[in-house]
Design a protein around this ligand. Sequence first.
Ligand code: CA2
Length: 149
Amino acid sequence: MHKVLILNGPNLNLLGTRQPEVYGRTTLKMLEETCVSHGAKIGLDVSHQQSNHEGALIDAIHAAKGNQDGIVLNAGAYTHTSIALMDAIASVGLPVVEVHLSNIHAREAFRHKSYIAPVALGQICGFGLHSYVMALDGLLAHLQNEGAA
Ligand code: CA2
């Protein structure tokens, strides 16, 4: 069974508590449970981590090499700033799907830039919790295809 890490970045621990008009009412715990149960349904072993610290996210990406088959990453605001996260993703060579709850392209201009997108397998944004579910489906299809190649 393929192993996938759901990695959430800064402030996502606050999900469901503030700005429901932007991020919905789903809590981080509900989001993680949905990902684990969807993973079980489609045959993925899903684990999850969240950190508010850039270095801890980089450590989690490094630690995923050899232990995970792919990552679903919501880097939060670091998406728009972090060359260090971009380098970490490029260095481990794991397929990473970039996800966002909100449609970053329909928001402020500073959210349109993603340092993750150029090193990601793909980007899914704007579907709330469902962005993660679609990312898991996409990653599974990619991993199965990779095995067939
Ligand atoms: O839409 C997304 O998933 C974002 O990655 C969320 C980030 C934002 O900086 C990105 O531009 C887009 C912010 C996460 C903050 O999450 C909160 C959730 C509830 C209450 C307050 C913050």
